[in-house]
Ligand binder design. Structure first.
Ligand SMILES: Cc1cc2nc3c(=O)[nH]c(=O)nc-3n(C[C@H](O)[C@H](O)[C@H](O)COP(=O)(O)O)c2cc1C
Length: 171
């Protein structure tokens, strides 16, 4: 049975939830899930790796950035998929180009947005205040257009399935 590592960092639980959804889609494989905030996992012996992080203030989470800096070479040598969880979905392309090295993106079997949320149970009060403002501005802009129903971002299950499909094809 092939061994897959999913290494991620999540501040308020969205990326962690996405990882659980991905894990459920990979039942036929031996999957290890590593929360990078609890330490860097061993890559030796893995047949493939999925690596991802949520985006805050335009950056990867610190543990994810550290992992990339220290273990990016090892990651690049294995079949790998990359994902981001970001509340501003329209920024995904720009984030992925800026936050993942080009060689890692070019050699990945998939580089995908898993979506993101702007309503976060686990956010601190200052964060909730900020998120309320962002949500209000999205809803206000959409209402101004009056042509579409205001939509707040959420997890994208179809992209999690796409990652699972791409991973299976890469093995
Ligand atoms: C303080 C804060 C800053 C954020 N900054 C960004 C950002 O720069 N770009 C973006 O697309 N989303 C941003 N978001 C939205 C997060 O990406 C989104 O809430 C995501 O679901 C968080 O994932 P996590 O719960 O796994 O950390 C921010 C959210 C918070 C609370």
């Amino acid at each position: 049975m092939k061994t897959v590592l999913i290494a991620y960092s999540s501040k308020t639980g969205t990326a962690a939830e996405c990882v659980r959804m991905l894990e459920r889609e990979l039942k036929s494989l031996r999957v290890t899930v590593a929360d990078l905030d609890r330490g860097a996992p061993e890559l030796r012996g893995c047949d493939a790796v999925v690596f991802g992080s949520s985006v805050r203030f335009g950056k990867l989470r610190p543990a994810a950035a550290r992992f990339l800096a220290e273990r990016g070479g090892e990651l690049a040598a294995l079949p790998h998929g990359l994902f981001l969880c970001c509340g501003f979905g329209h920024e995904f392309e720009a984030y992925s180009q800026r936050l993942f090295p080009q060689d890692l993106r070019d050699s990945a079997f998939a580089v995908l947005s898993f979506g993101g949320r702007l309503r976060l149970e686990k956010a601190s009060w200052p964060e909730k205040l900020l998120l309320n403002r962002v949500r209000a501005s999205i809803l206000r802009n959409d209402a101004d257009g009056a042509e579409w129903t205001p939509a707040l971002p959420d997890i994208l299950p179809e992209n999690i399935s796409r990652m699972a499909d791409a991973l299976r094809s890469a093995l």
